[in-house]
Design a protein around this ligand. Structure first.
Ligand SMILES: [Zn+2]
Ligand SMILES: [Zn+2]
Length: 267
């Protein structure tokens, strides 16, 4: 009995010494741990080396998604994963225009996009209006454009007839894009699915809610609101696709990232 009691205490002693030693080393060995920045995964539950769950929705055949510093980088060529008249006759994905479609003179061409999306999105002190050109990216790598056809907030009205069967079209330099719900994705997935990300890091969902299947009734003027989703159990601000303007992202709620290979000049 006595020797067993003694052995146990020896074990406790060395265990305590080991833990204490580790603690001392951790605190004294890394000055950043005692600095005031205090941003090393505390409380948020976010592991900065792992992609947020929503990014697993990106289709790997068309996109490369990885972390670089404080950003998630989404690389894509920006071409659609579906047929369109804009592939041009002779292309394997070419289809004839649907009835009533007014085909614009542009053709789909491969781009070299790198979207730099904040890894941890943060609400900005003021909303930023979106520029022309790509403002976010769908899970197939096709960019989202805003609700305008060109400078000075020209409405889309005159462009809508040029949308193809899946409601996308290319602009002058061949950038294919969606101004609203990417119907090919939602018709093959679900109306409530995560369809992509805004350049400010907040996710974009289809027109209905995952939990209820209903259309949201409390969207703000940017098409957004906050609640928990399948991908964000703790809740997040997010945008929804709507049938009325602004259709996808009415402005950046958050501090936005940047884009290489795009250009903010045309729609
Ligand atoms: Zn919602
Ligand atoms: Zn357009």
């Amino acid at each position: 009995m006595e020797s067993s009691f003694y052995n146990k205490n020896i074990i406790y002693f060395f265990a305590a010494l080991f833990l204490f030693g580790c603690e001392m080393k951790r605190v004294s060995g890394d000055p950043s741990l005692s600095s005031s920045t205090n941003n090393d995964n505390n409380g948020s539950g976010v592991n900065n080396t792992e992609l947020p769950a929503g990014f697993s929705n990106f289709i790997s055949e068309y996109t490369d998604v990885y972390i670089s510093g404080d950003y998630v980088v989404v690389e894509s060529t920006g071409v659609p994963n579906h047929p369109s008249p804009y592939w041009g006759e002779g292309h394997s994905n070419y289809i004839t225009p649907h009835s009533g479609m007014v085909v614009n003179p542009n053709k789909i061409s491969q781009q070299n996009y790198k979207f730099y999306i904040p890894l941890i999105p943060s609400v900005s002190s003021s909303v930023s209006s979106t520029p022309l050109g790509p403002i976010g990216v769908s899970i197939s790598g096709v960019p989202f454009f805003n609700q305008y056809a060109g400078p000075n907030n020209q409405p889309l009205d005159n462009e809508i007839a040029s949308f193809d069967n899946y409601d996308g079209h290319p602009q002058q330099s061949g950038q294919y894009h969606y101004h609203w719900e990417p119907k090919y994705l939602t018709s093959n997935g679900a109306s409530s699915m995560l369809i992509g990300y805004s350049l400010d890091g907040f996710p974009v969902y289809g027109p209905t809610e995952q939990a209820t299947g209903q259309f949201p009734s409390d969207l703000d003027e940017l098409n957004g609101h906050s609640h928990a989703t399948n991908e964000y159990n703790d809740g997040t601000y997010h945008y929804h696709a709507t049938t009325n303007s602004p259709y996808l992202i009415g402005g950046f709620k958050g501090n936005y990232g940047s884009l290489n290979g795009g250009g903010y000049f045309t729609n």
